[in-house]
Design a protein around this ligand. Structure first.
Ligand code: UDX
Length: 482
């Protein structure tokens, strides 16, 4: 099928590359000329596993980049809207980009039936609005439908999440639109994509082919908001339980093992830490809260999810203070600036918020992040220093803080680290190490919801047993095209 994807951000670019990899003819459109120029030069403006390879192998007739929305719309039978929906002041999603794309699509015309697909996270009723705006701007009612096809992509594993989803949700109020979307996802639904030799590697434990859920457009819009709100609630819930563990001396990981063994709850998304961040959860929670308010329901549970999340950062600062007594003038090594491992995205990153809070306490910060330092430099004050490795950041540090769950931070050479630090103190906001191991290696180790340890013994002669983080996607390289 000929498909246009409007928006070349995280969602749009991943969707465009994956739809092309499924065999469609895709044009990815953006009105940001610099961004399109950069994509045309072969540069990929974000750190996302498998994305550069997918763009490279589909570039050409199957994947093009353009700033000409009207032309792309006219030659396409499906148009995915994947533009930004940033939060407005009152928490509601600002849909002005969606509106302006809808006007442009109506004016572009085209003379044949098209399905307009909402891919951005939008509040319920957006499909109705898009339809109304298109009609007001001259689109012929029989020549288009508006459908919702929410994405559930996590940054860092977005390509794998697109091609191996837990479910495909199609929210369509007409059978014609539902049929068009089924056709788009056919290589996944009939399993043919998964039989290809050069498919993106399959992650562990996926159900293939993915289940298809067909709903009304409104239900699909709600599925997206409700899913993100539920996941954020799961994180805040477990952080609240971790705080109780801290209070009574229990271990959150043991508690999670027991709680998550209930198949109705599950083990995933029960990692306690410094709270959630990123471009989705904080924004979507506020937007969902506003949706509820607008339809007359006071969804106060969501306020509490947000409050617990914010408090989690303050609690972490209190842990740092307790470990160091006073903060002023202390030299802190910070490992991690991205909002989570595997991405260079720092939007709403708890790590960035914590660095800012520590700078206000007059700490000296030396930070290291494998991917996010460039972006962090743009938003953090000039006084922050950046190191080119975790060990270099630790040089002469009064304490080391782990703020992002990068895999490499879970496999540090503890001997070398301790030798470089002024004091062997680690405050781990991501629970990457086993406290007993850290104690045996002579560290004061403070984490979230687990017993604090104050190691005093020098390093043992044997190699440490490090906790190994499970990679989020199947490892290995992308197979070459056959
Ligand atoms: C999220 C949703 O998972 C995805 O389905 C949606 O499409 C977009 O929003 P993303 O923001 O990329 O994806 O990251 P995710 O892996 O969900 O993590 C979000 C935040 O929660 C991160 O800051 C992460 O560190 C934190 N988190 C996640 C926890 O603190 N504990 C957990 O157990 C899981």
């Amino acid at each position: 099928m000929h498909i246009a994807v409007v928006g070349s951000g995280y969602v749009g670019l991943v969707a465009a590359a994956c739809l092309a990899d499924l065999g469609h003819q895709v044009i990815c459109v953006d009105n940001d000329e610099n961004r399109i120029a950069c994509l045309l030069r072969g540069e990929v403006p974000m750190h996302e596993k498998f994305l550069p390879e997918l763009i490279e192998r589909n570039r050409g007739p199957r994947l093009q980049f353009s700033t000409d929305l009207a032309q792309a719309a006219r030659r396409s039978s499906a148009i995915f809207i994947a533009v930004g929906t940033p939060p407005a002041e009152d928490g509601e999603a600002d849909l002005s980009f969606v509106e302006s794309v809808s006007c442009d699509l109506a004016r572009a015309g085209g003379g044949s039936y098209k399905v307009i697909v909402e891919k951005s996270t939008v509040p319920v009723y957006t499909s109705d609005w898009v339809r109304r705006v298109m009609l007001l701007n001259g689109a012929a009612p029989d020549y288009f439908d508006v459908a919702s096809n929410p994405e559930f992509l996590r940054e860092g594993t977005a390509v794998t999440d697109f091609l191996y989803p837990d479910r495909i949700v199609i929210g369509a109020d007409s059978s014609r639109a539902a049929a068009a979307l089924r056709e788009i996802y056919r290589p996944m639904l009939d399993g043919s994509y998964y039989r290809r030799e050069n498919k993106v590697p399959e992650p562990d434990g996926v159900r293939l082919p993915p289940p298809l859920i067909v709903t009304s457009a409104k239900s699909a819009e709600l599925i997206k908001h409700a899913s993100n709100a539920f996941l954020a609630m799961k994180i805040s819930f477990i952080n609240a339980v971790a705080n109780i563990c801290d209070g009574v001396g229990a271990d959150i990981e043991e508690v999670c093992e027991g709680v998550g063994a209930d198949s109705r709850i599950g083990q995933r998304f029960l990692n306690a830490g410094i709270g959630y961040g990123g471009s989705c959860f904080p924004k979507d929670l506020l937007a969902f809260r506003a949706v509820a308010r607008n339809c007359g329901y006071d969804f106060r549970l969501l306020d509490e999810v947000v409050r617990i999340n914010e408090e989690q950062r303050q609690r972490f600062i209190r842990k740092v203070r307790r470990a160091l007594w006073t903060l002023k003038g202390k030299r802190l090594a910070v490992l991690g600036l991205a909002f989570k491992g595997g991405t260079d995205d720092i939007r709403e990153s708890p790590a960035i918020a914590l660095v800012r809070a520590l700078l206000r306490e007059n700490c000296a910060i030396t930070a290291y992040d494998p991917a996010a330092m460039g972006r962090a430099r743009e938003v953090l004050p000039a006084g922050v220093e950046y190191a080119d490795s975790a060990h270099a950041a630790a040089e002469d540090a009064d304490a080391l803080l782990i703020l992002t769950d990068w895999e490499e931070f879970a496999a540090l050479d503890l001997e070398r680290l301790r030798a470089r630090m002024k004091y062997p103190i680690i405050i781990d906001g991501r629970n990457l190490y086993d406290p007993a191991l850290m104690e045996s290696r002579g560290f004061t180790y403070i984490s979230v919801g687990r017993p604090e340890v104050y190691g005093i013994r020098p390093a043992a002669a044997t190699a440490p047993q490090r906790r190994v983080l499970r990679p989020a996607v199947a490892g290995g390289e992308l197979p070459k095209a056959s």
